[in-house]
Design a protein around this ligand. Structure first.
Ligand SMILES: Cc1ncc(COP(=O)(O)O)c(C=O)c1O
Length: 856
């Protein structure tokens, strides 16, 4: 709390609505009770609705009768009245006189931008100019402009400075620096031919959704009145300029005052203002701009009359009725007055001061974070003004995190770990490619080669060729608190400032090392003091397994392991991640009777499926799965070693594989049983053949498969997963001390089976298995493929017949078992038959057998 006192000393005048109707702590305690265990930091993505707001919406909708407004009834009039009031509230919020402006409801800011682009009077004399920092939804307007032969270019805003370097604060102090002009080839227009009687369009965001930079609204008057001057005599400055303010991000705390900055178009989305409703936005449009838009389509709602069998239509006269096609989203529109009530009570200026005090505090703390060697931890993007009174910065902090050696942590790693700590944030380029390229210093060739490397928006490729492809963004809303920011700083400090470097340096993520035991290998095996404690087989992917004292091996690993899977009717493979109830389906195989038995708490009878009978089979199918392997190769002792991390002089390669499965299908009765068990229609299939192919299609979604050489059924990465009891016991010690330190609650304890291992070993040192290259259990040889990358699946547990989830043990594992964004626990193995594949397929593994590892 000392920290909070320090914070309040600096920001107390701005933070927490000191003169408002409620303090921030009261707002959080009464209106955002659901945020108790969550730190929500994606208000730029979508802010949150208050619980009181929703109560009053519910009351309004359940006590009023709102009919379709395109009629004369009382219920229709009730709707028309509420819609009229809503339009007025939107106009009032940005001080727009209804004499000059109209409010057209749309499905969002994007739809409003599309409406402008689609209907703007483009000609080959027109220009579309936009700031580099713009959302894709603004950039899309370029397509209409270029298609109609217009020119388009991006600009950077340069503030003019006086001779001493201080900025000159006058209306015409702004200069625009122009990026190259784009035109579609067929529409070449010589610059000298630009006559200047065309309509041009300029678009800028009131707040950049990447960096939080707030653009000066002086740009509106500058562009409309002084384009020649600010474009420094460019031939494209001629003509009549119209201006769009993309206020999707900035509207909440910086509504443009349209009486001072008379933009022609302002676009907004209401969920960005007060969280609810989604699917509703508005285009605030100047009357004379509305007259210029040339709308082609007519529809119910926008015509006064039309005749069905001849080319006759009379459109409605009013601006709103001409542009709002179909029935407007009137119940959503009825809801917005309840959001505006909050805003008018708190006031946008106080909300701005409140969020800025948190932003400034966070920026200061992140900039001050240092690694042990003095290197800074966070690189922040955008404006570094640290004054709350500054009006050129909004409620966003964007940054990336560096290791002590200056290399970047991937932003996805930050996002995944944040989520384990209950922190919700956003990563990537936030649909703002211009700002992203500008702040991260990505050239066109970087962007194109990233695309070549398979990177697309929203994927996991966060660092390519040593450069981040996006950033981490945290953003605040009117209900955010000091405590939210503090928890976030603590999270960055504990997860990224002091890393367990020993583990990180020494660990190999082997992909595919020594093919088969060779001469001399036997001599390198040593007794570990470990023995095989249990063997578990999981016949149906993602369902429960069963443990045995001994079990036969086949060329695919443990016989029958992951030989079956469940597919949805659309072909999606069902796993516990999406269908946690699968873990409640128990399985057992009786080798003597050659029978698979399946039980589920949701199904009455036990299902019995004969293993070698065709009676249940209904034909064959095939399907493909894609996987990717990135590897570093080196040759030692005449053998090829493949690693996932680079060490010394290695050759890097990335290989894409496509795996083709040939599967057998089952009759309806069996599929119905499984559909009941998982609560959704699905079918059971059995693998009868699988084969890897090289895949050339880089843009498909891909999983990582470590073992693409040996035969496997439906296991994700490798034939076997081995877990050590000693490692689990060390993890339990840490879980116990973490839970008691953090919550003082009952110690958490996980059993080895939580990790879905095939083999559990007992004895030896914790994590000794990390360093094993090969091993022998009894008389059976295995190759280690390295650590198993753990995901949220290990956080599921069963309680009173239900599947529940916490953030443990993954959160604790993340604190000490992280390597390059992966959280490793247990090792993956491949079976190496002594006489080569297929020749000694009749070996058995037995519980109690000794384990002999080779770590060389
Ligand atoms: C600055 C900006 N403009 C436009 C949009 C698009 O808004 P919507 O998806 O609500 O239409 C967004 C959404 O993130 C935004 O932040």
């Amino acid at each position: 709390m000392e920290d909070k006192e320090e914070f309040l000393k600096e920001f107390g005048d701005y933070y927490g609505y000191p003169n408002g109707p409620k303090t921030i702590d009261e707002i959080r305690a009464t209106e955002f009770k659901r945020l108790e265990d969550t730190v929500y930091l994606d208000h730029a993505g979508a802010t949150l609705y208050s619980e009181l707001q929703m109560e009053s919406i519910f009351k309004d909708l359940t006590t009023s009768v709102y009919g379709n407004p395109h009629s004369q009834s009382d219920s229709s009039s009730a709707t028309s009245n509420i819609v009229r009031e809503a339009r007025q509230q939107v106009l009032d919020y940005c001080n727009a006189s209804p004499k000059d402006y109209k409010c057209i409801f749309t499905s969002g800011a994007t739809a409003a931008l599309k409406l402008i682009g689609e209907n703007f009077p483009w000609s080959c004399q027109s220009t579309f100019m936009y700031t580099m920092e713009n959302h894709n939804s603004v950039l899309g307007i370029r397509e209409y402009a270029l298609n109609q032969g217009a020119a388009a270019f991006a600009v950077d805003i340069k503030e003019a400075v006086d001779q001493d370097g201080a900025s000159i604060n006058s209306v015409t102090s702004v200069k625009l620096s122009q990026y190259p002009v784009q035109r579609r080839n067929e529409a070449e227009v010589l610059e000298g031919e630009l006559t200047g009687d065309a309509y041009n369009l300029f678009a800028f965001p009131s707040e950049c959704n990447f960096s939080g930079l707030r653009f000066s609204l002086d740009l509106v008057n500058n562009v409309k009145q002084n384009t020649e001057k600010i474009l420094e005599g460019s031939p494209y400055s001629k003509g009549r300029w119209m201006v769009i303010i993309d206020a999707a991000k900035g509207f909440a705390t910086k509504p443009p005052n349209l009486s001072l900055y008379p933009a022609d178009f302002v676009v907004i989305s209401f969920y960005k203002l007060f969280g609810y409703p989604t699917g509703l936005g508005a285009l605030i449009i100047k009357n004379d701009a509305a007259k210029l838009l040339k709308k082609t389509y007519f529809s119910g709602g926008t015509v006064s009359a039309s005749i069905a069998d001849i080319d006759f239509v009379r459109r409605r006269e009013s601006v709103e009725e001409n542009f709002e096609d179909g029935s407007i989203s009137f119940l959503s529109i009825a809801s917005i007055c309840h959001g505006f009530k909050i805003f008018n009570n708190l006031t946008p200026a106080a909300m701005h001061r409140h969020t800025m005090s948190i932003v400034m505090f966070l920026k200061k703390k992140l900039l001050a974070l240092r690694h042990e060697n003095g290197a800074s931890v966070c690189t922040l993007y955008g404006n570094h003004t640290l004054k709350v009174s500054s009006s050129d910065s909004g409620s966003i902090v964007s940054f990336n995190v560096k290791r002590p050696d200056g290399s970047w942590f991937g932003y996805r790693e930050v996002e995944k770990l944040a989520s384990l700590s209950g922190i919700q944030l956003r990563t990537g380029c936030f649909c703002n490619p211009g700002a992203c390229a500008k702040y991260l210093g990505l050239s066109h060739s970087d962007l194109l080669s990233n695309l070549e490397a398979g990177h697309v928006c929203w994927d996991d490729k966060d660092v390519i060729n040593g450069k981040p492809t996006g950033a981490v963004r945290v953003s605040f809303g009117y209900m955010s608190t000091y405590e939210d920011a503090k928890k976030f700083i603590d999270f960055i400090r504990s997860s990224f400032v002091s890393m367990p470097s020993e583990f990180e340096k020494g660990y190999l993520l082997r992909a595919n090392s020594v093919p088969y035991p060779t001469e001399g290998f036997e001599n390198r095996l040593s007794s570990s003091g470990c023995y095989l404690k249990s063997i578990t087989i999981y016949p149906i992917k993602s369902c429960a397994g069963f443990s045995v004292k001994s079990w036969p091996l086949s060329t695919t690993g443990l016989q029958y392991d992951r030989e079956w899977l469940l597919k949805s009717l659309t072909g999606e493979i069902l796993t516990q991640k999406k269908v946690p109830e699968m873990s409640l389906i128990n399985t057992f195989i009786n080798l003597n009777q050659k029978m698979l038995s399946v039980e589920s708490p949701r199904c009455e009878g036990k299902l019995q499926i004969k293993l070698d009978s065709d009676s249940y089979l209904c034909g064959k199918e095939e399907f493909y799965l894609h996987s990717q392997r990135k590897e570093y190769k080196t040759i030692k002792y005449g053998l090829i070693f493949i690693y996932e991390q680079q060490y010394g002089n290695m050759h890097k390669c990335e290989t894409l594989f496509k795996k083709r499965y040939e599967v057998q299908c089952y009759e309806n009765e069996i599929n119905q049983w499984f559909s009941n068990a998982v609560g959704q229609p699905c079918t059971l299939v059995r693998c009868c053949h699988s084969q890897y192919y090289l895949s050339l299609n880089k843009n498909r979604s891909m999983g990582m498969c470590r073992d693409v050489d040996s035969r496997m059924n439906f296991a994700n990465e490798a034939q076997f997963l081995l877990i050590s009891e000693e490692s689990v016991s060390d993890l339990n010690d840490r879980l116990c001390s973490n839970t008691q330190k953090l919550s003082g609650g009952a110690p958490l304890y996980v059993k080895p089976m939580r990790f879905r291992p095939n083999l559990v070993i007992s004895g030896g040192e914790p994590y000794a298995e990390d360093g094993w290259r090969n091993l022998k259990i009894g008389n059976t040889y295995f190759t280690s493929l390295g650590g198993c990358n753990r995901c949220q699946m290990i956080n599921f547990y069963h309680q009173t017949g239900q599947v529940k989830k916490t953030n443990e043990p993954l959160a604790t594992l993340a604190s000490y078992r992280r390597v390059k964004g992966k959280i490793l626990f247990g090792i993956l193995l491949r079976y190496d038959p002594v006489n080569g594949p297929g020749l000694d397929a009749h070996s058995w593994l037995k519980v109690g057998e000794e384990v002999y590892p080779n770590s060389e």
